[in-house]
Each structure stands twice: as structure tokens, then as C-alpha cells.
Ligand binder design. Structure first.
Ligand code: GDP
Length: 426
């Protein structure tokens, strides 16, 4: 992925999230100097398996597992400091030395306890399928210009009256929403006072740090959370997350200009999954759906929720190629399809009897489309030990060729298992 002229690369999920970005970033980070998280919060969990140890990281970029990589939590992220500290403690317990390698943007917005209460109350009425961790309300406050940023922790005396107003407002909203939960100013203040001594030493103008790295030709990976179809603008609104997950969000959320970015790698599963509500056109009926779920271990890393599973949807990935400007694809979990005799691929949609080649803007229309399938022969052999394309069964190679043709971006990586070494570089 990196070469002399391609030193700053975005890695995005090109479906509905959970594509295995964590593993890809982990593999690519081996060659990187810096990994930057640019959006999202502790609702997106990356699972990375190194040897016998499994790490679930929600706030910290998975690049932290590589000893020479500097990790940045960008301004576009909403930060839950308690979650960050829990992850730091886990890393320390497992012997990962992160001192001097983690920088948190002082422009990042903080998730406060009242954001979580508001999230849980609104989920009851809106039923979007959020994780209830306060991410949505924190972004709402950011755009409503009521947010509390990391930099605000530098002056706690000035913060107290601001927090008093925010807590009162949150309580009025909770009452309106029919919730009996209430936030308390003293508890909020106690929380931020506890965070401050541990968080402030990690903070800086992170955009400047990334800018210097890019200028010096360091290899920088910008890591997105969730997937393109969950982008607040380009996703299946309103069943989306509250930030721009797509590559455009990478420049904004890392604090650099778009011209600093040289390539965009889209991570796709060899099939499709989605967690939460909203349409999923190529969703497979049981027993196939269940089989994909069990073979792929498709249960949420953060919530344990079973994911809805289906076949590769080329309309989705074509769309992701367009809205992200993808320069390459990384196809993950090819091994999950190893035992299927036939593998359907959704090549296009039909909507009310007519051809529909682009993603409809309205979620109701997407709910009505019928996928057009092409059924490809399965390979019925393990791909887990393949390390070059030539090691793959011919049917698996044909499958990948077809995904590439239908999607419109070249396949650059193929992942065939959870371990770091189970990867093919094309
Ligand atoms: P992310 O948020 O996009 O990183 O995705 P998750 O971490 O939620 O889900 C990815 C899961 O798939 C993790 O449990 C990974 O260990 C696993 N995984 C990643 N790549 C592969 C692969 O090629 N094959 C298999 N079988 N599992 C994989």
C-alpha cells in the first residue's frame, strides 16, 4: 500500500462496518509510522488477534500494538476517557508499552455521563439501533455548539458553570423524553476532575502532529470506524452513525487537508453483514444466514449482538468505491465461504420491476429493492493457509476477480483468517 509517493493512506470500511478493518490496520501498521483514528467513539470495536492474545480496542487505534507506531485520537473522534483508560490499563497488563506513543486531540469532544443518559432515552423512542454509549448526543452537542472539548479540561473553574448549564439542559430533555434518569452536576464535575490529571498529559494539537508527520514523508494510516453505509451523509439514513465515516471525513477528523491523502483502501468482507436496524438487500435466509453468522463469528465486538448476514452486495461496494474514491479493496474473511458449494453475489438491484444500478437515496426504496444474483461455484477447500493468490483454489480466484470487476476497484489484499500472517498481498 505504501510506496515512495503514497505515504498517507485512509483505510475505510466499505460496507456496514465490522469488515475486519482492525486486522487490516494491524497488518498495515507494521509498515506505518503513525495511525490516526478520525471519527466515531467507543461504539466501534476493533478486534485484533496477535498470537494467542486478543485485543478489543474502541478508542485507541489498533496501531498501538506495534512498538514503533505513534497513535493519534483525532479531533473528529468523540472521546470517552474512562473507556480510554480501561484500554490503556489492558494494554499495560498485556505488556504493551505505549508511553509517548499516544496523542489525543485537544479539539476532540468529550462524552459525558448525561450524553449516555440521553442516548439511552432516545434509543427507546427512535429505535435506530445505537449502542447507548452517548456517541450520538455528543455529536449533536458538537454541531449544536454546546460540546465540551478535551481542551476545556485545562480550566476546570471555567468549566463548572458551563457544565451546570449543560446538565440542566440534559435534565430538561430527559424529562421531555419521559425518562426518569437525571444527571447531577457534582457527579459530572467529579468525573472530569478525575479524568484531567491522566488525560491532559496525553493531549496536544493533534492535527499539527499529523501534519508534521505527513510533511516529513512518514507513513501515516488514517483509520475509519464503522462503514461507509453508516456515514451520516452517504449511509442508509436514518440508520446511520453520527459522523462521516467515509474518506472525506478522514481529512476533517485528522486535521489535515484532503491533498495530503494519497490513497484510500476500502475493506470489504467477502459477504455482507449489518448490525442494528435498516435494510440489508442481500440478507440470506436461514440456514445460510445462520451458517455465515456461525462460521464468521458474526457477533458484535462491543455488544455481542448477532449480526445479520448475507451475500456480497456489489451495488453497495460500487457505491463505496465512488463516495470514498477507493484506490483499492481489501477482501476479508474469504475463508468463511470455504465450505459453501455455491456462492451467490448480488450484482445489481431491481426496484418495482425496473433495473436499479445505484444505491437509492431513500431507505424505504432500499428496503424494497430485490437483488439480482449471480451464483458462482464454491471452492470447498480451506483457504486458511494461502499466502499468495496462486495458493487459492481457482474458484476462489474467480470469485475475487468477479468482485473486483463488479466493484470497480482492484483487490489489493485478501484476508483468509484472523491471524496476522493470514493475508495475501496482491
Ligand atoms: P472491524 O471493526 O472492522 O475491525 O471488525 P470487527 O473487529 O468487528 O470484526 C472483525 C472480526 O473478524 C474479528 O473478530 C477478526 O478477528 C475477524 N477477522 C478479520 N479478518 C478475518 C478473516 O480474514 N477471516 C476470519 N475468519 N476472521 C477474520
Amino acid at each position: 500500500m505504501f510506496d515512495a509517493r503514497t505515504t498517507c493512506v485512509v483505510v475505510v470500511g466499505a460496507q456496514w462496518g465490522d469488515e475486519g478493518k482492525g486486522k487490516l490496520v494491524d497488518v498495515l501498521a507494521e509498515r506505518a509510522d503513525m495511525v490516526v483514528r478520525y471519527q466515531g467513539g467507543a461504539n466501534a470495536g476493533h478486534t485484533v488477534v496477535t498470537g494467542e492474545t486478543q485485543f478489543i480496542l474502541q478508542q485507541i487505534p489498533s496501531g498501538i500494538l506495534h512498538p514503533r507506531v505513534t497513535c493519534i485520537v483525532g479531533n473528529g473522534v468523540v472521546l470517552d476517557p474512562d473507556q480510554l483508560f480501561t484500554e490503556l490499563d489492558q494494554l499495560a497488563e498485556k505488556g504493551i508499552d505505549f508511553s509517548g506513543r499516544l496523542v489525543v486531540s485537544d479539539r476532540a469532544h468529550l462524552v459525558l455521563a448525561y450524553h449516555k443518559l440521553l442516548d439511552q432515552a432516545s434509543e427507546k423512542s427512535q429505535n435506530i439501533g445505537t449502542t447507548g454509549r452517548g456517541i450520538g448526543p455528543t455529536y449533536e452537542d458538537k454541531y449544536g455548539r454546546r460540546g465540551i472539548r478535551v481542551a476545556d479540561l485545562r480550566d476546570l473553574a471555567a468549566l463548572r458553570p458551563v457544565l451546570a448549564e449543560r446538565v440542566a439542559r440534559a435534565n430538561r430533555l430527559l424529562e421531555l423524553m419521559g425518562s426518569t434518569a437525571r444527571a447531577a452536576l457534582d457527579a459530572q464535575m467529579a468525573l472530569v476532575e478525575r479524568w484531567t490529571p491522566r488525560l491532559l498529559p496525553l493531549t496536544a494539537d493533534a492535527g499539527l502532529v499529523v501534519h508534521h508527520a505527513v510533511k516529513r514523508g512518514k507513513r501515516v494510516l488514517l483509520e475509519g470506524a464503522q462503514g461507509s453505509l453508516l456515514d451520516v451523509d452517504h449511509g442508509t439514513y436514518p440508520f446511520v452513525t453520527s459522523s462521516n465515516t467515509t474518506a472525506g471525513g478522514a481529512a476533517v477528523g485528522a486535521g489535515i487537508g484532503p491533498t495530503a491523502i494519497h490513497g484510500v483502501l476500502g475493506v470489504v468482507k467477502a459477504y455482507t453483514t449489518r448490525v442494528g436496524n435498516g435494510p440489508l438487500p442481500t440478507e440470506a435466509d436461514d440456514p445460510e444466514g445462520r451458517r455465515l453468522r456461525e462460521l464468521g463469528g458474526e457477533f458484535g465486538a462491543v455488544t455481542g449482538r448477532p449480526r445479520r448476514c448475507g451475500w456480497f452486495d456489489a451495488t453497495v461496494v460500487r457505491y463505496a468505491v465512488r463516495v470514498n474514491g477507493l484506490t483499492g479493496l481489501a477482501v476479508t474473511k474469504l475463508d468463511v465461504l470455504d465450505t459453501f458449494a455455491e456462492v451467490p453475489v448480488g450484482t445489481a438491484y431491481r426496484l418495482d420491476g425496473s433495473a436499479c444500478e445505484e444505491m437509492p437515496s431513500e431507505v424505504d426504496l432500499l428496503g424494497r429493492v430485490k437483488p439480482v444474483y449471480e451464483v458462482l461455484p464454491g471452492w470447498r477447500r480451506s483457504t486458511a493457509d494461502a499466502r499468495r493468490l496462486g495458493d487459492l483454489p481457482v474458484e476462489a480466484r474467480r470469485y475475487l476477480d468477479r468482485l473486483e470487476e463488479l466493484s470497480g476497484a482492484p483487490v489489493r489484499y485478501v484476508s483468509v483468517g484472523t491471524r496476522r500472517d493470514q493475508i495475501i498481498e496482491v
